[in-house]
Design a protein around this ligand. Structure first.
Ligand code: CP
Ligand code: NVA
Length: 306
């Protein structure tokens, strides 16, 4: 692995290897602390958008492993405005051992990787959110076991960056994947085609529907995300209207398997895509999921820059 830009760049074995390493590093940390595997290493973190989880979990992961992270706010580098993206990559990568970037356009993270002389990690782009996906499959195997064949993940909502990474992860690992959202908000056709390609190899069953009830039938995992992602604020009102029937609430959860777990990458817009009852209810694994960002990213960091 040279960079970590999309789960679709990984083989199933590479993805399983990262998950195994994350499990190992989590156990080690729970037992008293991590070995200083990144002693003396530094991570430059470029943010074009706000963050709680991504920023803090990367920063803590570096500290726990003996390294250090540098937060670069949207006002600092001004990617592509104050300086071109290739020049930012050329300069920043002379100072640090790894770069994590949260960007608007996915092309920017690809350009950073192309011109950087150190590994680049995608901390969310408009296309995908692979760090989130890795943490989510760590959470799923903790709750459902390592063999995901025959298990079903139902994503309810927008065919967005998070849904994309979940499709890739599920189909690489042989998990069934269903998505339900309103017409016009499906996953991009190229993303779906890639998922179909992985599913043909792994045996995953795929379903894309506009019916949330059909999607959650038999589901082991229900997943949702905001209806308007960062950068889509101007569409928020229209989306709130269109996505109304796709709320993950108690009655929808009751249509899935009795032991279904409910996931959300957070931040949640409680009362929109998910209700308080579900967020704080017995099926929710939201806080394990948020914690696992840190453990999953330790695995990525150790793999790329140790
Ligand atoms: N889930 C996630 O990426 O959260 P932040 O936007 O707070 O980093
Ligand atoms: N889809 C959301 C995820 C936030 C972590 C967004 O891009 O804003």
């Amino acid at each position: 692995m040279d960079h970590f830009l999309s789960l679709a760049d990984l083989t199933p074995d590479e993805l399983r290897g990262l998950l195994n390493l994350a499990v190992e590093l989590k156990e080690e940390w729970k037992a008293g602390g991590n070995r200083p595997l990144l002693k003396g290493k530094t991570l430059g973190m470029i943010f074009q958008k706000p963050s709680l989880r991504t920023r803090v979990s990367f920063e803590m992961a570096m500290i726990h492993l003996g390294g250090q992270a540098l937060y670069l706010s949207p006002f600092e580098i001004q990617l592509g405005k104050r300086e071109s993206v290739p020049d930012v990559a050329r300069v920043l990568s002379r100072y640090v051992d790894g770069i994590m970037a949260r960007v608007f356009g996915h092309a920017d993270v690809l350009t950073l990787a192309e011109y950087s002389c150190v590994p680049v990690i995608n901390g969310l782009s408009d296309y995908n959110h692979p760090c989130q996906g890795l943490a989510d499959f760590l959470t799923i195997i903790e709750h459902k076991g390592r063999s995901l064949r025959g298990r079903k993940l139902a994503f309810i909502g927008d065919g967005n960056n998070v849904a994309t990474s979940l499709l890739f992860g599920a189909t690489l690992l042989g998990m069934d994947f269903a998505i339900a959202g309103p017409p016009g908000y499906e996953l991009p056709s190229g993303v779906w085609a890639l998922g179909q390609q992985f599913a043909a190899d792994s045996g995953s069953h795929l379903l894309a529907t506009h019916d949330p009830h059909e999607a959650v039938t038999g589901a082991d995992v229900i997943y949702t995300d905001v209806w308007a992602s960062m950068g889509q604020e101007a569409e928020a009102e229209e989306r709130a209207r269109v996505f109304g029937p796709y709320q993950v609430n108690t009655s929808l959860v009751a249509e899935a398997r009795p032991d279904v777990i409910v996931m959300h990458c957070l931040p949640a817009h409680r009362g929109q895509e998910i209700t308080d009852e579900v967020c704080d209810g017995p099926h929710s694994v939201l806080w394990d999921q948020a914690e696992n960002r840190m453990h999953a990213q330790k695995a990525i960091l150790v793999e790329l820059i140790a």
